[in-house]
Design a protein around this ligand. Structure first.
Ligand code: E4P
Length: 228
């Protein structure tokens, strides 16, 4: 499983990138608003993220247009920011049509706000490079987000979509809307290709009380060694 950071916060991205486990970044309009982002600064901000993570790491930047041609125009502009930009498009009719068009132009798309198997299959048929089933938002409404993710992974795995994607690349499933380290564990066991995680969850993924306890004991014993 690869890890993407689900944030628009440059300090978080710099910190996570320094850990050596970061394979990409996903942003969305809410995450950009959360850091006080301004509309006119958006392209430069996405460029900064691309520069921090490097050319091998895809960076998803979302179009908020609602109509096919406008989404395509957004997508072309976003893709021009850096070669590793992935255009993030909501799973809706106009979004599918735009994805189809952008894929035909060789521009990779991450279809977001995906909740069901039919949505994921349509995204794959349209040519999406990444599909982002949301886990946490299902849990928020007392549904089982992991079960829905499992269904999407199974269904996509049943078919060969290589002819439908940019350059025939394999579609990757991004487990999104992740709220806990356990979501990451379960998504990995289900075979999700990628987990996009908030920085808080990434930090929790490193932690375990037995690691803390063990470390404390090692440090105490090393003091004994130094004073022996
Ligand atoms: C995915 O790319 C989205 O940005 C994200 O995972 C949404 O998560 P949320 O439900 O925590 O807002």
């Amino acid at each position: 499983m690869k890890f993407f950071l689900d944030t628009a916060d440059l300090a978080e991205i710099e910190e996570a990138a320094s850990w050596g486990a970061l394979a990409g970044v996903t942003t969305n309009p809410s995450l950009y608003a959360r850091i006080g982002g301004k509309l006119e600064d958006f392209p430069a901000h996405i460029k900064r993220i691309c520069d921090i993570v490097g050319p091998e790491c895809p960076v998803s930047a979302e179009s908020v247009a609602m109509e096919r041609d406008a989404i395509v125009a957004d997508g072309v502009e976003l893709a021009a920011i850096a070669p590793n930009v992935v255009v993030k498009i909501p799973t809706m009719v106009e979004g599918l049509a735009a994805t189809h068009e952008l894929a035909a132009r060789g521009i990779p798309v991450n279809m977001t706000l995906c909740f069901t198997v039919p949505q994921a299959l349509l995204a794959a048929r349209a040519g999406a490079r990444y599909i982002s089933p949301f886990i946490g938002r299902f849990d928020d409404i007392s549904d089982d987000g992991l079960n829905q993710l499992a269904n999407v992974i199974d269904a996509i795995g049943n078919y060969d979509f290589s002819a439908n994607t940019v350059n025939g690349e394999k579609i990757e499933i991004i487990a999104a809307s992740i709220r806990s380290a356990n979501h990451v564990t379960q998504a990995a066991l289900l075979g999700a290709d990628i987990a996009t995680v908030p920085f808080g969850v990434l930090k929790k993924m490193v932690q375990h009380p037995l690691t803390d306890r063990g470390l404390e004991a090692f440090l105490k014993d090393w003091e004994k060694v130094q004073n022996a």
